[in-house]
Design a protein around this ligand. Structure first.
Ligand code: AP5
Length: 203
């Protein structure tokens, strides 16, 4: 099954994707971008765009994921982000479900300001909502947890999201594969609802 996770920054796309990881290959464009060294020309260009809340050009994103769509079950986290990306993806493979994580905007800052992420495996935690067992250390790989520097860019990211999301939603609605998920509940419940949605053969 091929699934696309859509939603506001901080809606929990990465968290849901990592919980599904044993069953699905996760392709997170945000993660792939963060792995590009900032010392390279491309890395500098990407850092300039991401730190200002903009979108990395579609051709860069497509190159990044091109050779990675090689699994039976794939979750796309943070991709597509433009209608063009959705159309290109559609030409490459059949998406079974596009899931829109719905969250109250007031929650976003709380979630993003408390987020911790592993420097090695990129696993996501939250100071209050989902703390690691050992302070500052990743439960899974023992890597150091850091705070992503994205609070500054959040306003711009929200504007960019609002500008681009409707054409993507309409694209998947027309295909009859768009599903909405209330992501304003505790992580465990959101995950249960998501699993139900994925297991449901009918719409
Ligand atoms: P990306 O890394 O994809 O960021 P994003 O989509 O803005 O989303 P976030 O990662 O900030 O949030 P999330 O929804 O994954 O939530 P999370 O699970 O972390 O992209 C970063 C940038 O890269 C973009 O702005 C853009 O510049 C560029 N980029 C990426 N992809 C691109 C593309 N395709 N095209 C062009 N440019 C691209 O959760 C957040 C926090 O909340 C965590 O601490 C978590 O523990 C907590 N939490 C999660 N769920 C819950 C819950 N249910 N209850 C309580 N707390 C929760």
């Amino acid at each position: 099954m091929k699934v696309v996770l859509l939603g506001l920054p901080g809606s929990g796309k990465g968290t849901c994707a990592q919980l599904l990881e044993p069953k699905f290959k996760v392709i997170s464009t945000g993660e792939l971008l963060r792995k590009i060294p900032k010392t390279t020309l491309l890395g500098k260009k990407i850092d300039f765009i991401v730190s200002r809340g903009g979108l990395v050009p579609d051709d860069v994103i497509i190159k990044l994921i091109k050779n990675k769509v090689d699994s039976k079950n794939i979750i796309f986290d943070g991709f597509p982000r433009t209608l063009n990306q959705a159309e290109i993806l559609d030409k490459k493979l059949k998406i079974d479900k596009a899931i829109l994580l719905k969250i109250n905007k007031n929650e976003i800052i709380k979630r993003i300001s408390g987020r911790l992420q592993c420097i090695k495996c990129e696993r996501v935690y939250h100071i209050k909502n989902n703390p690691p067992k050992k302070k500052g250390i990743c439960d899974f790989c023992g890597g150091i947890l850091y705070k992503r520097n994205d609070e500054e860019a959040i306003k711009k990211r929200l504007i960019v999201y609002e500008k681009n999301i409707n054409p993507i939603i309409n694209f998947y609605k027309k295909k009859n594969i768009l599903f909405e998920l209330n992501a304003d509940k505790p992580i465990k419940i959101v995950f249960k609802d998501l699993e139900k949605l994925l297991n449901n053969k009918k719409k």
